[in-house]
Design a protein around this ligand. Structure first.
Ligand code: ZN
Length: 242
């Protein structure tokens, strides 16, 4: 994202009232820079009960084992993934703008709203945040990696965290959007590797960071690379599940 684009946006904010990205109404104060309190109310949050492993929400009351059928099958390499939002409605629309309409700054607004949930703050506290990498050609096209931007936004807000871009995507993968569970897993299995300079410390807790968790295949593949590199404590977090 060019520096002048950020400056231009800052100047526009000085002269024109900002509109909430969800309600489209002018706003003065908000949960985030472009997210009003009313807009934040419309983001669909995930509440308990949810899958202990991938954060998938269960509808209604459930007792006993809190593992969803998908995690029984996948055996993810991450211990626990936490996602504050469902990838529906306004959340999905904002992430779409971040990824495909050159508005990476909206990540900061989702992070501000996400961290109103103390569970996410606790999940990240003291962790080394490892963003899911993009293939260099994709990052060049987009101009930024939204997962890296997300990791930095979380790091600024949660004490005792650090950002460590330890992974690289060495093989481009076709878009996951239209693939089924098994195909997604095959698609990403060998796509990620450790950067040659990466150093893994077995005593650190790593949290792999991505914008959306759909089947968990990407976060699983990244967690697996970290474990193969010597990591023993690997969790994951994504803004949205679905
Ligand atoms: Zn699950």
């Amino acid at each position: 994202m060019p520096f002048w684009t950020e400056i231009d946006r800052g100047l526009q904010d000085c002269f024109y009232p900002r509109d909430c990205v969800v309600t489209q109404e002018p706003m003065e104060v908000g949960v985030g820079r472009y997210l009003s309190p009313n807009g934040a109310e419309r983001l669909e949050r995930i509440h308990d009960p949810r899958c202990d492993t991938c954060g998938h929400p269960f509808l209604g009351l459930i007792e006993g084992d809190l593992t969803c059928p998908h995690c029984f099958e996948l055996h993810p390499a991450f211990h626990r993934a936490l996602c504050p939002f469902q990838a529906h409605g306004a959340v999905r629309a904002i992430i779409h703008q971040v990824k495909y309409y050159q508005k990476p700054w909206l990540i900061d607004d989702l992070v501000a709203a996400a961290l109103q949930d103390p569970l996410l703050r606790r999940h990240l506290l003291g962790a080394t945040l490892v963003p899911v990498p993009l293939h260099p050609s994709r990052e060049l096209d987009r101009g930024y990696n939204q997962a890296l931007r997300l990791a930095h936004a979380l790091h600024r807000a949660v004490p005792a965290t650090e950002v460590a871009p330890l992974l690289q995507k060495s093989q481009p993968t076709v878009s996951q959007t239209r693939l089924g569970r098994q195909a997604r897993r095959r698609n990403v299995l060998k796509a990620f590797s450790l950067k040659p300079t990466a150093q893994i410390h077995p005593t650190k807790r790593y949290v792999v960071i991505d914008d959306v968790l759909t089947t968990g295949a990407t976060l699983h593949a990244c967690a697996q690379v970290l474990r193969q590199g010597g990591a023993t404590l690997v969790d994951a977090a994504a803004l949205a599940h679905g």
